[in-house]
Design a protein around this ligand. Structure first.
Ligand code: UD1
Length: 365
């Protein structure tokens, strides 16, 4: 019987932890899981809504860390997490993704000699100005078991000198959640609530510091959105970081009068209902590049790089950067042809069974 702590901290973690927790509960003779929530994300819309939609119980332990600078937030998570690990003495700590909670908890365990498994290991944007890239490189370098979503990630890890016996290609656990919930999300009335019909709108998400923290960049993106919204309404669930910047840069009236519909951050099922019926998705999120790839929804990524190149090679994703004209041209192309130039194949092992393989690998290690 393996005692496992599953760490969740920020919004993109919850849909990765839920299928692993459920699978471990289906195997009570093999696993005793508990969920530790660091509190990196704490708003009801950024956190609680996901526990409800994913039918996860409240976390066993809530560290209540909240927002702060990167150094303070990471240090506070470490300070709060260490006594939990010492008290519970797990056989494994499982961390997911690339947020500050991921590196903070992995580092605590590495120092205590407690085994860490990193889910979604090996992704690299090769852009070290991204806080997530630093978190990815550091977490992978100190984890005992590196579970990957795609074979390019295995190659990245090998190139960094990580021994092959630590690396296992298990597929994409976030897609387990997607496939499990896509039908259930049909009961969401979000499209009707907003007054939109399938295929007659675009969905936008934007929250990367590199896109929203500087006025010049954000204004350029906003100009592109205004142009696109002339042709197709854009629904924009606004992340708290982005909302603060929209106010600061005085972009709210400009965007809304052009047809960009700004709404509160949405829960997992409402958001799935929304993007799964969109004609076009514009985003700087990592997860949404993968979700649109699986559903075959054209996705324009407003970044100059991606740590998820397989979504371009096999999926529907196109990198368009942050230049106004490039974004508009790419969007018009999709509106005219209905697709991006990218492919529409589902990457290998994005099949809804990654949690099973993750549990098998933890047992086998
Ligand atoms: C974090 C992750 C990012 C992930 C994103 C998803 C890191 C380094 N970044 O970025 O990889 O894509 O989450 O959302 O871990 N805030 C609230 N309520 C909340 C959470 C945040 O109001 O529940 C506000 C706070 O003002 C905070 C700001 O959002 O300062 C940023 O939050 P933070 O967790 O620091 O980073 P994110 O930008 O959300």
């Amino acid at each position: 019987m393996l005692k496992v702590i599953l760490v969740a901290g920020a919004r993109p973690n919850f849909m990765k932890v839920a299928p692993i927790y459920a699978e471990m509960n289906r195997r009570p003779d093999e696993f005793e899981p508990m969920i530790v929530h660091t509190g990196q994300h704490y708003d009801a819309a950024m956190s609680d809504a996901f526990f409800d939609d994913l039918k996860m119980p409240r976390p066993d332990i809530y560290l209540g860390v909240g927002s702060a600078s990167h150094a303070v937030q990471t240090a506070m998570i470490m300070t709060e997490f260490e006594p939990v690990v010492l008290e519970h003495q797990p056989d494994w700590v499982v961390v997911v993704g690339d947020v500050n909670s991921t590196i903070a908890c992995a580092l605590v365990c590495a120092k205590l000699g407690i085994r860490v498994a990193h889910i979604e290991a090996g992704l690299r944007s090769r852009d070290r100005t991204m806080p997530e890239e630093i978190n990815r490189i550091l977490t992978d370098s100190i984890s005992d078991l590196l579970l990957t979503t795609s074979q390019d990630a295995d190659e990245n890890l090998a190139a960094e000198g990580i021994p092959a016996e630590k690396i296992r290609f298990v597929g994409n656990v976030m897609i387990d959640s997607l496939l499990e919930h896509i039908q259930i999300s049909g009961s969401s009335t979000i499209r009707e609530d907003i007054g939109l019909t399938e295929n007659n709108y675009a969905v936008l998400t934007l929250h990367r510091p590199s896109n929203v923290d500087e006025q010049e960049t954000f204004s350029g993106i906003a100009d592109a959105l205004i142009e696109i919204a002339n042709k197709l309404p854009i629904v924009f669930p606004v992340h708290p970081r982005t909302r603060a910047k929209i106010e600061e840069f005085d972009l709210k009236d400009k965007l809304s009068s052009a047809g960009v519909m700004m709404v509160e951050p949405l829960g997992y099922l409402d958001f799935m209902r929304l993007y799964s019926g969109a004609r076009l998705v514009l985003t700087d999120s990592g997860g949404l590049q993968e979700e649109t790839a699986v559903l075959g929804i054209p996705c324009l990524t407003l970044r100059n790089n991606t740590e998820r190149p397989i979504t371009i090679e096999m999926g529907t994703n196109v990198l368009v950067g942050t230049d106004r004209d490039k974004i508009v041209d790419a969007a018009m192309k999709v509106l005219n042809s209905g697709t991006t130039d990218a492919g529409t194949k589902i990457p290998p092992l994005w099949d809804g069974k990654a949690a099973e393989r993750i549990c098998d690998e933890l047992l086998r290690f």
